[in-house]
Design a protein around this ligand. Structure first.
Ligand code: 2RA
Length: 340
């Protein structure tokens, strides 16, 4: 059986990754419709050329599965696509915390998919990466507290941020002042160079000095794991890395997990790969995890400042598992469970 598929935001970083993964996983596509602002652009997929069309409510009329990777426009168009008969897998933050919208990391809470009402939310990239690492630990030793600090790649802020880092590196190496107009947040007044720098702000500030990205890590993780009051505190930092987000996790658990046991639990967890051999200087690094499906964990150590604590370093490709791959895995489960 084949499914008619639409991709909204087909020309962006996530849209491009969606097309690559759909092609490589042999996804059962009947008709494919590509939608974006760049109407008229031609994109090739599995040997055929597709012309990018305008994203209108009518564009979803004969579509069964719609991947949305076009940002805030989801708010308006996702309900229209559902009305037209499509199931929407939405990569924007518009519906993630709505009680009747499942927020899914397939390895963690796939059962929540059964209750969908047409829109399924794909979590934020740094949230997906963390959830893959902490859920298996929680299954064996209940989490009491999570402290997460991130180093996030510029591509998480879109192609303009990626281009800006590359331009700034050229400027600096040629002895010019680097120009900055994108990071930390393009629409705000202040911009800072990311080349040879770190920016402790991802997205806009919300209440009490936390950024929206930090609150996504808190609120989305609680929803995905069905732990509405799990204490989580987050600090998110933009780093001059092209692709793959890195996260330091400090976990407090209800019972002590020796390092070897934690390694075994994580090695057996779906979607997770352990790279943790300090004697041989083996640990995950973003330069080597880009383009990989798994989330990599290493530097697993006991935190001896609390009765039961672990320090873990997690690295994952945020465009792949953090966005496009996770969305496609959701679609595959929709099909397997006959929910579309
Ligand atoms: C970032 N997490 O890296 C965001 C993208 N969703 O900026």
């Amino acid at each position: 059986e084949k499914y008619n598929v639409a991709i909204l935001g087909a020309t962006g970083a996530v849209g491009t990754e969606l097309l690559d993964i759909l092609a490589s996983r042999d996804f059962p596509i009947g008709k494919l419709r590509l939608l974006a602002l760049e109407v008229g652009t031609t994109i090739s997929f599995r040997g055929s050329d597709y012309v990018v069309e305008e994203a209108t409510p009518e564009a979803f009329r004969d579509i069964q599965i719609a991947f949305f990777a076009g940002g805030p426009i989801s708010k308006v168009l996702a309900p229209e696509a559902v009305k037209a008969g499509a199931v929407v897998i939405d990569n924007s933050s518009a519906f993630r915390l709505e009680p009747d919208v499942p927020l899914i990391v397939p390895e963690v809470n796939i059962a929540d998919l059964n209750n969908h009402n047409g829109i399924i939310a794909n979590p934020n990239c740094s949230t997906i990466i963390m959830a893959l690492a902490i859920n298996p630990i929680h299954q064996q030793a209940e989490l009491k507290r999570v402290i997460v600090s991130t180093c996030q790649a510029v591509s998480g802020a879109g192609k303009a941020a990626l281009d800006e880092l590359n331009g700034q590196l050229r400027d600096l190496l040629d002895g010019r002042q680097p120009a900055a107009s994108v990071l930390p947040v393009a629409s705000l007044d202040e911009h800072y160079p990311i080349a040879f720098n770190l920016i402790p702000q991802i997205d806009v500030f919300q209440d009490e000095g936390y950024t929206k990205e930090e609150m996504k890590l808190v609120l989305e993780t609680r929803k995905i794991m069905h732990l509405p009051s799990l204490p989580i505190t987050a600090t998110t930092v933009r780093a001059p890395v092209l692709r793959s987000h890195s996260e330091f996790l400090n976990l407090e658990t209800s019972r002590k997990l020796p390092v070897e046991e934690a390694r075994r639990i994580l090695a057996a967890a779906p979607g997770v790969s352990v790279l943790d051999e300090p004697d041989r200087q083996i640990y995950p690094m973003p330069a080597f995890t880009a383009g990989r499906d798994e989330v990599f964990v290493g530097r697993i150590r006991e935190d001896r400042t609390v009765p039961a604590g672990l320090n873990i370093w997690v690295v994952g490709d945020q465009i792949r598992k953090g966005a496009a791959l996770n969305a496609i895995q959701i679609a595959e489960q929709l099909i397997a469970r006959r929910l579309v």
